[in-house]
Design a protein around this ligand. Sequence first.
Ligand SMILES: NC(=O)c1ccc[n+]([C@@H]2O[C@H](COP(=O)([O-])OP(=O)(O)OC[C@H]3O[C@@H](n4cnc5c(N)ncnc54)[C@H](OP(=O)(O)O)[C@@H]3O)[C@@H](O)[C@H]2O)c1
Length: 258
Amino acid sequence: MTTALITGATAGIGAAFARRLAADGHNLVLVARDTKRLQAQATELHDRHGVEVEALTADLSTEDGINQVEKRLGDRRDGVDLLVNNAGFGNKGRFLEVSMADELTMLKVHCEAVLRLTAAGTEAMRERHRGAVINVASVAAFVPRGTYGASKAWVVSFTQGAARDLAGSGVRLMALCPGFVRTEFHQRAGMGTDNIPGWLWLDADKLVGAALTDLSRGKTVSVPDPRYKALTGLAKLAPRGVLGGISSRAGRKYGPQQ
Ligand SMILES: NC(=O)c1ccc[n+]([C@@H]2O[C@H](COP(=O)([O-])OP(=O)(O)OC[C@H]3O[C@@H](n4cnc5c(N)ncnc54)[C@H](OP(=O)(O)O)[C@@H]3O)[C@@H](O)[C@H]2O)c1
């Protein structure tokens, strides 16, 4: 029996990973801030699939929260075989409309937590000569798109570099780059979604299935959908200025500032 630890496991893409991995017979450690929701999810997945599910309440924007998850990943008696660094969020507003405190919180969750949890997880995995990490980035990593896109570009670049450094150790790393996925993400960030065409939306369960296939094929960067593969291919050819104009508008329609 293997164990997977998923951050941001209570909603959206993280919850889809939890459902799929539980159905595949993995024990789980679920991480998020909302203890009640975590516990309800742990009970449901245990009852439905008969796997062991731990609920670990941690806020990854805090030192204490990151420490707790690092500690769990470093537990050699009950090792974690698959780490999914998925927790993340968007901020409401463009650059200079978002407070510096909120910008720094994003970097803490999207970059510092991902760095530290990847290090804690892979150190233990390397000793066992097996294991994998999926770092959830975004297609926003490939286009100029505010602090969010910049933080996800860091996730992709970091994952590619670490994967190369750990090649041959038995530990695999993959950056997962979804396009728009129907989750709680946009609503939580106060972003309107009515300017995003229907055909651009992805289903979280299908996304997770494709991501796990890409991981098993040894991919280091996964863009798991033909629509977004084509769009990211075009993005590589388009002039940076044109790309910035389009990408800074798409899916960034904010409601009134509060
Ligand atoms: N949805 C999209 O269109 C899309 C596209 C590309 C990439 N992504 C990326 O996919 C990942 C998952 O997003 P999603 O769309 O599934 O969002 P979501 O539905 O809003 O779920 C976010 C999850 O992260 C947890 N979380 C948020 N802040 C946290 C913190 N400080 N510490 C611990 N857990 C935290 C939330 O639970 P609690 O509130 O209980 O902590 C929740 O479980 C993110 O990294 C996001 O950037 C999303």
